[in-house]
Design a binder for this molecule. Structure first.
Ligand code: ZN
Length: 409
């Protein structure tokens, strides 16, 4: 896991860091181009080692020599890792793409030196630069255990350092409670108990207006003008606000869920596919692209994938691990949670579910959440025997690092 802390730079440190960013990007793009040009029938493969060797040669002959070799090599390593990820899990990762100035501003440090100044401040050593100060927040008490770090600049000009750690364990006691979650557009998540988890409005009315005004302004301004740059910066600041608030809510909600429940079941939504497939292909264009694009935006706004990731991280890493079960989303919205009658017409509208067989009526999302938990429980009962409660006692002592969330087709 990683923890991100804000870096506070002195004016004279800024140029070196900006330079590191641009060199890391340059090396990444160069190495990516080489990999893109590689054709299958060539005998020599391109690997991290071959590219590192060529980088060393390049450094002997060109301006790259003046930059930090640590930063440049790490960019190659990053690219290699990105390709490995993509080869192993093409459904989950996309092919590495170009890094662009202003968007991908960052570099990684490998052999990390970190020291603590006092309770609130620490320093990290940046190659070819100096010890740079960063703020220690409560979640980052154990800075000595960080193995590597990545320095980034976001679009609003703030600098951050992200430390990679072995994930700490969350303290929790078994509760014997189970829950099903239906992720939706109207309510971020609906619980099988009938409660809703709603992400708060991320920007106030005034902030939204301000954002729209800036967007319109940006559209009018001439490319590469200084005014455009400053509008861009202001816009990025608004977006950063939005993102921080969303992440905050996700952290808090996932912690609460993991604390309270021994088993959490949710739909295995293919978020990447959902957000990607809308436009379709040239031969097979998508229908209702505009509406679905709106839905996509909402999905992204609600941060489902981050929610899922943080929930998985926390569930597998708690002192008493939480069982996470992802179930196939087919039929969860059409099936009656009381009698099991499955029919399209059961769902009267976006909000109302009314069973045509037994007359059971409920909020459609709550009905779906109930189906999700009963499917998950049914699966675990038939699959491994015992009630979910008995089982969660059994798994209590297993090693949390070895546990993976179950995936049910
Ligand atoms: Zn029914």
């Amino acid at each position: 896991m990683s923890i991100r802390e804000r870096l506070y730079l002195k004016e004279e440190e800024r140029p070196t860091l900006i330079r590191h960013c641009s060199e890391a990007r340059y090396v990444w793009n160069l190495a990516l181009e080489q990999r893109n040009l590689w054709v299958r029938y060539r005998t020599q493969k391109i690997t991290y080692n071959s590219q590192a060797h060529e980088l060393a040669e390049l450094r002997r002959e060109t301006w790259l020599r003046e930059g930090s070799s640590v930063v440049q090599q790490q960019a190659l390593r990053d690219l290699d890792r990105a390709f490995q990820n993509w080869w192993k899990r093409p459904d989950h990762f996309s092919r590495p793409t170009w890094r662009k100035a202003g968007i991908h501003e960052g570099f990684a440090i490998r052999d990390l030196s970190v020291r603590r100044l006092n309770r609130k401040w620490g320093q990290v050593f940046i190659p070819k630069c100096a010890w740079v100060k960063f703020r220690i927040t409560r979640q980052c008490q154990d800075i000595a255990h960080a193995s590597s770090a990545r320095v980034t600049k976001d679009r609003s000009g703030r600098w951050f350092v992200s430390f990679t750690y072995p994930a700490p364990q969350m303290e929790r006691e078994p509760t014997g409670e189970i829950i099903g979650l239906d992720m939706g557009v109207v309510h971020t998540a609906t619980m099988s108990t009938g409660e809703f988890l709603d992400m708060p409005t991320l920007l106030s009315k005034g902030e939204q207006q301000c954002k729209r005004r800036l967007q319109r302004k940006l559209a009018r301004q001439a490319k590469d003008s200084n005014r455009r740059k400053s509008t861009k910066l202001a816009l990025a600041k608004e977006s950063a606000k939005e993102k921080d608030r969303r992440n905050n809510w996700i952290e808090k909600t996932t912690t609460d869920l993991v604390r309270s429940y021994d088993l959490i079941a949710l739909e295995n939504l293919k978020i990447k596919n959902m957000t990607k497939s809308v436009k379709g292909t040239v031969e097979n264009p998508g229908t209702n692209v505009a509406q679905k694009a709106g839905l996509n935006r909402v999905i992204l706004e609600r941060g489902w994938s981050l929610f899922k990731k943080r929930l998985t991280d926390k569930a597998t890493n708690a002192t008493t691990p939480v069982e996470l079960i992802f179930i196939n989303p087919a039929f969860t919205s059409m099936c009656c949670s009381k009698c099991g009658h499955t029919d399209k017409t059961n769902r009267e509208s976006q909000a109302i579910f009314c069973c045509k067989a037994c007359g059971y009526t409920n909020n459609a999302d709550i009905n779906a959440a109930k189906n999700i938990i009963s499917t998950a429980v049914g699966h675990t009962v038939s699959g491994r025997g015992g009630t979910p409660h008995a089982r969660s006692n059994k798994t209590q002592h297993s090693d949390p690092m070895k546990r993976q969330p179950a995936e049910v087709a």
